[in-house]
Design a protein around this ligand. Sequence first.
Ligand code: ADP
Length: 475
Amino acid sequence: MALSKKIRSVRFVLAFWYSLIVLIAFTLFGGSVYLYLQHQLDKELEQNLVEEVDWIYRLIQVNSEGMIPSDVVPSLSQDAEQRIIEHFNTAPQNYIVLLTSTEGTILYKSGTNGQQFLLETNIPSDKTLLQSLQNSANGSLRVAARRVGPLIIQVAYSEDPTHSVMSHLLAIFGVIVPVVLFVAFSAGWLMSGMILRPISTISTMANRITAQNLSERIPARDVDDELGTLIHTMNGMIARLQASFEEMKQFSMNVAHELKTPLTILKGESELALNKSLAPQEAEDLATTYLEETVRMSRIVDDLLTLAKADAGQLTIAHDEIRIDELIQELYEDTVILSLKKNIAVELTGNQSATVLGDRSRLRQLFRALIMNAVHYTEPGGTIRIACSCTTSTVAVAIQDTGIGIPEESLPKIFQRFYRVDQARSRVSGGSGLGLSIAKWIVESHNGAIAVQSSVGKGSTFTVTLPLLRSHSSK
Ligand code: ADP
């Protein structure tokens, strides 16, 4: 098991591929040397044989002084024979020279070789024939032959020396290959170890970084290479982790703080109630406070639960066909009643008919949260305008108020959890600081977008844009 893991390790794989490439390169080189050498040796042998045949051919010419004319079979002159013997005595050993008549009568043969013909094929007269042949007495022979009138010249040389050189070369390769393999694998192993060393340094450093010291970073490399990019990526990841840890810490502190306030009120009121006997009116006031704080706490817990489930992907969004104009009409009517108490005018400035794909109760929750905020943050005598309009692909719902407005620096933060521009005012209005976070989640889960424009003292406009399924304006 441990061995198979080692074999699959990056270091082993790198060393393996390195040695394989070296082996292939060496085999190609060795093969080329082998073939080239064999070709050269063959060529040299053939050249020598052809030259020897040509030499005899020039020495003995039909009807020249090298031949003794005869009616039946020509024979070799004494002088010619002497010169051939002398010539081949000085030439390297292993030459076999055979001069015969075309009928097979031996005119001259070197050594004790009793053969009549080396080659039995038709020997041409216009060129020298080259062939290889296996001979039981002499082994593998390379033969050059040429016919000159009634005479056949054959010169052969053993191929064994060439074969022996080649097999020696093969034997040398056979010894060198394992050595090359061993050296290549060791070099590959060392090199891959050197390459991978910075990675193990990085992982040791990365291991040291825990939730307690997320501000630490892996030291950057001087070289701008792949490892540098890896370090940069990991540092980026640690920075993102640090940011989300910070966010989580802040979030937990916010939750604790939000719940602590109503709990402190409940505790104080309870202690007061226990220490003295209460008049009926006091008991009623106390019960009202209990109820208010409990409602506030359960609203916070409900909102938190919604966001937690949304984060975990546990909330499913329905994809029903929803008439946005009808939904806006209902909400408008509710808001008119709701705003009466606060003396705020509500206007529906436009309500184009449009259908979107979505979740009716979630969309209702979204627009209600925006309208409730508009009511909360608008002073008596103000106005809220609601408008629904379509483009070819989207429907936009704008909720505009003439309320207190949002300072510019707070605009990017208002969708963050628990963010409130004015802590005291929001709390008095019963807000948890989670309404816009939930609104943003609902919009995004409908593939839409939410935007805000605001000016302090003048009012705010929240615009929700959703993908349009169908517009009914032409009907
Ligand atoms: P809250 O429950 O406190 O209203 P929200 O998430 O709904 O929380 O809103 C976050 C903050 O954004 C609010 O506390 C308020 O300061 C600001 N805000 C939201 N809507 C408006 C608005 N229509 N006018 C002015 N300020 C607003």
